[in-house]
Design a binder for this molecule. Structure first.
Ligand code: GAR
Length: 216
């Protein structure tokens, strides 16, 4: 079983989707620890309710970004983590952290990267008048949302959308995409070659993630 460490800051719906997929046997992985920088965050409560070990590391108590990241890294190592998933983790990680987890650090981002990186991606998409946005799971490099793309789902933007409705439509796809990608890692089906990620999909895999879901 692949040992996954999840870093979260907020509501933890992506964490919940991963917990459910593992529980249903669809993803052959184990969440070894959930680490959160926000005391009392819903993500922590979800992990505790699922019986997953949690660590809360409030970033304000650390003198520097590097000191915070070193404590996060130590907690991940202590729990034997092999793959780190940033699931709504709202902290920039230091270059040293990113380097030490190279190829083993995933982020889920609410746009079709490289469009609309950084914060307020839904607002960026609406302000740009885009008709299609989506979500991306990518490996993390030292830039902001610039790492090699593993998989994406396109999501339509409707004329009636505001940030809330768009966010909800994107999140429904994140909740499918992230567990699928973690499952591919767990089965050793992801190969990184330079900036390109090669997925060795099982025969007959519907590869649904290349299609725009109909008003999902
Ligand atoms: C997700 O929609 C994720 O794409 C976004 O935060 C949300 C967390 O939701 N991440 C970013 O914006 C990172 N730049 P969750 O806590 O309910 O999983």
């Amino acid at each position: 079983m692949l040992r996954v460490g999840v870093l979260a800051s907020g509501s933890g719906t992506n964490l919940a989707a991963l917990i459910d997929s593992i529980g249903a046997g669809a993803v052959r992985a184990e969440i070894a620890v959930v680490i959160c920088n926000v005391p009392g965050a819903l993500a922590l409560q979800r992990a505790e309710a699922a019986g997953i070990p949690t660590v809360c590391i409030p970033h304000r108590t650390h003198a520097s970004r590097e000191a915070f990241d070193a404590e996060v890294s130590a907690a991940l190592e202590k729990h034997g983590v092999e793959l780190v998933v940033l699931a709504g983790f709202m902290r920039i990680l230091s270059a040293a952290f990113v380097r030490s987890w190279h190829g083993r650090l995933l982020n889920v981002h609410p746009s079709l990267l490289p469009a609309f990186p950084g914060v307020a991606s839904h607002k960026q998409a609406l302000d740009a008048g885009a008709r299609i946005t989506g979500c991306t799971v990518h490996l993390v490099d030292e830039g902001t949302d610039t790492g090699p793309i593993v998989a994406q789902v396109a999501v339509p933007i409707l004329a009636t959308d505001d940030e809330t409705s768009l966010h909800a439509r994107i999140q429904r796809q994140e909740h499918r995409l992230l567990p699928w990608v973690v499952g591919l890692f767990a089965e050793g089906r992801v190969r990184l070659e330079g900036r390109r990620v090669h997925l060795e999909l099982p025969p007959g895999d519907p590869d649904a993630f290349l299609q725009v879901p109909a008003r999902a």
